[in-house]
Write a protein that binds this ligand. Sequence first.
Ligand SMILES: [Zn+2]
Length: 89
Amino acid sequence: MSAGHGGRRWRALRARKLAESRYCEACGRLTDPSVKALAPELDHVDPHSLGGPPTWTNTRVLCHECNRSKGAKTIEQWKPIMLVEPYSW
Ligand SMILES: [Zn+2]
């Protein structure tokens, strides 16, 4: 298997995803390649490390900041952190 990050298929998939939406699917901000925190990245919905395939339905656009915050977690493990509001308690 050589279709991981950086491969030609991955880059093509990333380009198609970004052509469809340039908004981060987690925080909703418009991604911006010229701003490091907002640089668009293609994320695996099911983590690559857990066998998630690099396919259209298993990937989405995240900004660099969200992708870094998510790391190798699944969305179920990650979302609860994202949904915590600092002053809700
Ligand atoms: Zn984001």
